[in-house]
Design a binder for this molecule. Structure first.
Ligand code: GLU
Length: 309
């Protein structure tokens, strides 16, 4: 059940909102997807969801934004729940140290992507989900709807179309992997599913609630298990090591939590057993992470003393 209130961390959130104000002048929105380029970098929202479904936040915490790569976490969780270890057949789980859309490593490593959170790896996950369910993007959307209790969460066709129109890099990754047999579905349909998945809009409240199964050892909002406790640990571990592009080391150093960012300016983070967080502010640093978002999470773990370390 989803409740709205001011829970245990309400005062901390208010303080973080004030302390990060001047950072909301910094960074640039993603401009390689024209549909995202116009986002206002002064927007800021942050939400906390506690394991019992209580959710609260500050600023624009109820405003939907483009989730982009944050959806990679939900796609991976679904694929793991459906086929377990098989998902790692053509997929690594090491940090790449390269930009999220890099092609270079793929050739050295025979078409097998380093991890599920760079674009090549996410395409492998979406490919598996597409084979297993016939509607990868719909499955991701429906999981988010169910876990957040918000049936209005949906794709934004204009954003998907904008990305498709400028999607040469992702198309190159997909075709390259197809040449190695790493992916099974025809590339055009796979790209369409991936762009739809990335175009999902949701708010900080939706995403903090949506990711709560990762703080509850894999248990969904309705009490059923999406993942085993061990699988939930695995997803959190890959988020910690690979979830924030080629800045995952810096994010672990500053924040000390499993996290996943997206170029829409959102970041989710998990304090296992305690809460999930989502912060949004569209100004990105040069590696693609929200400037104010990373700082807000850094302040959260510093002020509360909560981290996985
Ligand atoms: N749809 C974006 C892309 O594939 C997602 C990137 C991101 O958020 O990291 O380029």
């Amino acid at each position: 059940m989803t409740a709205v209130g001011t829970g245990r961390f309400g005062a901390v959130l208010n303080r973080i909102e004030k302390e990060t104000a001047e950072l909301r002048e910094r960074g640039c929105p993603a401009d390689y997807i024209p549909g995202l380029a116009g986002a206002d970098i002064r927007r800021f929202g942050m939400a906390v969801a506690e394991p019992d479904g209580t959710v609260y936040g500050v600023g624009d915490w109820r405003t939907p934004f483009s989730t982009q790569s944050i959806t990679k976490v939900f796609a991976l969780a679904l694929a793991l729940s459906l086929e377990g270890e098989q998902i790692w057949r053509n997929l690594g789980r090491e940090p790449s140290g390269n930009p999220f859309n890099s092609l270079v490593q793929l050739e050295y490593e025979n078409g097998v992507p380093r991890n599920p959170f760079i674009n090549a790896g996410a395409l492998v996950v979406t490919d598996r989900l597409q084979s297993l369910t016939g509607d990868a993007a719909g499955q991701v959307r429906d999981l988010l709807r169910a876990e957040s209790g918000n049936p209005a969460i949906d794709f934004v066709p204009e954003i998907a179309a904008s990305e498709a129109a400028h999607g040469d890099r992702n198309a190159a990754l997909a075709h390259f992997m197809a040449s190695y047999g790493t992916i099974a579905n025809p590339v055009p349909g796979l790209l369409a599913a991936y762009f739809r998945q990335c175009s999902i809009e949701a708010s900080c409240a939706d995403l903090a609630l949506g990711a709560s199964f990762l703080a509850r050892r894999g248990v969904r909002e309705d009490g059923s298990a999406l993942l085993t406790p061990s699988q939930a640990k695995q997803v959190n571990a890959v988020m910690l090591t690979c979830g924030t592009y080629d800045a995952a080391g810096e994010f672990a150093y500053r924040v000390g939590l499993p996290g996943k960012s997206g170029v829409g300016g959102g970041i989710i983070a998990v304090v296992p057993g305690v809460c999930t967080l989502c912060v949004w502010s569209p100004g990105l640093d040069r590696r693609g992470n929200s400037v104010a978002g990373v700082s807000a999470l850094d302040r959260f773990t510093t002020l509360t003393g909560l981290s996985v370390f």
